[in-house]
Design a protein around this ligand. Structure first.
Ligand SMILES: NC(=O)c1ccc[n+]([C@@H]2O[C@H](COP(=O)([O-])OP(=O)(O)OC[C@H]3O[C@@H](n4cnc5c(N)ncnc54)[C@H](O)[C@@H]3O)[C@@H](O)[C@H]2O)c1
Length: 361
């Protein structure tokens, strides 16, 4: 720590990094001291955009980690390099915020966990929706017992993911991005775990997964643009655009979660939570003992956009910095995130040999 502030390295200066840098700029305890991107011009562009003339610029993470005064790293590179970035950050003794998905396989996750444990550094994985205002309102009601005992949860990530996303050229590939769940549906899996327990600041433990994958877009060169209503030629998506999973949790809750990259509609993130005293459907609560005999609307911004500017990165990053400052583990640390990731890695196994998979893997 120099000048009473933690020094931050931004690894990967693409779309999501804009929100990380903007949030660090508003946190009084940190300072962005270095930005790294394979394409140095992108690192430079971010430094200019956020008026950080003093930030050092690097074109590789290993060198950037050696920069003096770096305490924290935001790993904003594409998912297939998260593991190597995290191993390097841990070896250098840096605390890290790893964007989702944290890794591309259970093996990578295990190596990252070992390295983080050995280094004794703090981690947060980028399941930013845990800080979404509506999701926080819902979690607060669950913890206060408004729904009673929760027995069933459903969440869905529905977005026509395509080349409107700058990361698509790599994100559409099976070898680099794994699946629609890994790329983006993981937000819905994490929300499913978050809602499947009434314990505050905790997510439920999945013990079994079963699912199917399908859809019509995989391997097709012609894709639909739902905004312009036109078909056009595009590099094909190499994995199924639809995955639908059933998840059983250790506390007996049963969940259903899907990712749908094929729905021709604006982005939606449906939420259904059923308890023995009430129900939540998106932002509506029905709990006759507390709300009377009608649905009431919950306050808070709904998670209804895929645009990074809509996501609560400030709260996530303030939480990360507070965990480092106070020496506490995050509810969303790597050890917890492994349980979210194992659900969609187990699903890959179900698609190959259609039978339920027990967790942990
Ligand atoms: N939490 C969220 O809601 C959210 C939203 C968007 C993206 N993301 C995640 O953030 C990550 C980045 O996504 P993005 O949309 O910013 O992608 P992007 O393609 O816009 O940016 C990635 C950047 O990393 C750089 N890069 C690639 N390999 C590198 C390497 N080895 N070393 C240094 N730089 C490298 C690229 O040049 C690019 O500038 C992904 O894992 C994605 O899933 C999360």
């Amino acid at each position: 720590m120099a000048n009473d502030k933690y020094g931050v390295l931004i690894a990967g200066a693409g779309w999501v990094s804009t929100q990380h840098i903007g949030a660090y700029a508003k946190n009084p305890n940190v300072e962005v001291r270095a930005i790294c991107d394979l394409d140095l011009s992108k690192a430079r562009q971010r430094a200019e955009e956020f008026q950080l003339p003093g930030a050092a610029l690097y074109d590789n993470v290993e060198d950037a980690l050696k920069h003096e005064g770096i305490d924290l790293v935001s790993i904003c590179t594409p998912q297939h390099v998260h593991c190597e970035n995290a191993l390097a950050a841990a070896a250098a003794g840096k605390h890290m915020l790893i964007e989702k998905p944290a890794a591309n396989s259970p093996g990578e996750l295990r190596r990252m966990q070992d390295a983080v444990q050995r280094a004794g550094v703090k981690t947060v994985v980028g399941f930013v929706l845990r800080w979404n205002p509506l999701i926080q309102q819902i979690k607060g009601r669950l913890a206060a017992g408004v729904l009673g005992e929760v027995f069933c949860v459903e969440t869905d990530y529905q977005s026509y993911n395509s080349d409107w996303w700058g990361g698509w050229e790599q994100g559409r590939r099976k070898d680099l991005a794994v699946s629609a769940m890994a790329v983006a549906g993981c937000h819905a899996v994490d929300a499913l775990r978050w809602f499947a327990t009434t314990e505050a600041n905790a997510a439920a433990d999945p013990v079994e997964v079963f699912g199917y994958a399908g859809g019509k877009r995989k391997g097709k060169a012609m894709q639909f643009n739902p905004t312009t209503c036109q078909w056009y030629e595009q590099s094909s998506m190499e994995y199924d655009g639809l995955e639908m999973l059933l998840v059983r949790f250790s506390n007996g809750v049963v969940g259903k979660v899907s990712v749908n990259f094929e729905a021709v509609q604006p982005y939606t993130f449906p939420i259904r939570i059923y308890g023995d005293r009430g129900t939540i459907r998106d932002n509506r609560l029905f709990a006759p003992e507390t709300t009377g005999a009608d649905w009431v609307e919950l306050p808070g911004i709904r998670p209804e956009s895929s645009d990074v500017t809509h996501h609560p990165f400030q709260a996530e990053i303030d939480h990360f910095v507070a965990c480092v400052r106070d020496g506490v583990e995050s509810h969303c640390n790597l050890a917890d995130a492994v349980k979210t990731h194992e659900v969609f890695f187990a699903a890959e196994q179900c698609y190959r040999e259609p039978r339920p998979v027990r967790l942990p893997l």
